[in-house]
Design a binder for this molecule. Structure first.
Ligand code: ADP
Ligand code: MG
Length: 147
């Protein structure tokens, strides 16, 4: 019922808990954006589309979870864009639309399991993201107005 969900905000530094080391950098959205989430928005892994600084839409897979930086009292929104970037884009303005749900949050007993789950999340997101939806959202007012 909450999807599609549109959100935007600046990319901030995360906890540095190894997004990149795991081959999966996640652009963390600023706290103001997280605070705007409806309180009952379920934690979990989602997919959708993202645009960096008004650039083209790309598929993304993201997590909404509890943020260890704030002793798990606040949520975090971390977006992995399904393309590679030459440079980091901390401070950039990120717009996203969340279009689908992959799975609830779970904790993993090993790093290996976590890496496998991330690979599977990315595979599922790629499978579910369609060109029709991409074109539809690329034409959407949200992605065609500044800020
Ligand atoms: P942090 O803990 O600071 O979020 P990460 O290891 O998760 O560190 O890396 C996130 C940063 O990597 C993003 O803020 C962004 O600047 C950069 N980055 C490079 N490629 C991507 C990508 N494909 N998706 C998301 N972020 C990316
Ligand atoms: Mg991150």
């Amino acid at each position: 019922a909450m999807l599609p969900y549109f959100a935007s905000g600046r990319v901030v530094t995360g906890f540095g808990r190894g997004g990149k080391q795991l081959g999966c950098p996640t652009a963390n959205l600023e706290d103001a954006t997280v605070s705007d989430l409806p309180v009952d928005f379920d934690c979990g892994v989602y997919y959708g589309f993202a645009s960096v600084d008004g650039g083209p839409l790309n598929g993304m897979v993201m997590s909404i979870g509890w943020n260890p930086q704030f002793k798990n009292t606040r949520k975090s929104m971390e977006v992995h864009i399904l393309r590679s970037f030459d440079d980091d884009f901390y401070g950039s303005f990120l717009k996203i639309v969340i279009t689908g749900f992959v799975r609830p949050m779970t904790s993993f007993s090993s790093l290996d399991e976590l890496v496998k789950a991330i690979d599977e999340d990315i595979r599922i997101a790629r499978e579910k993201l369609t060109t029709d939806d991409l074109n539809k959202y690329a034409a959407h007012e949200f992605f065609n107005t500044s800020i």
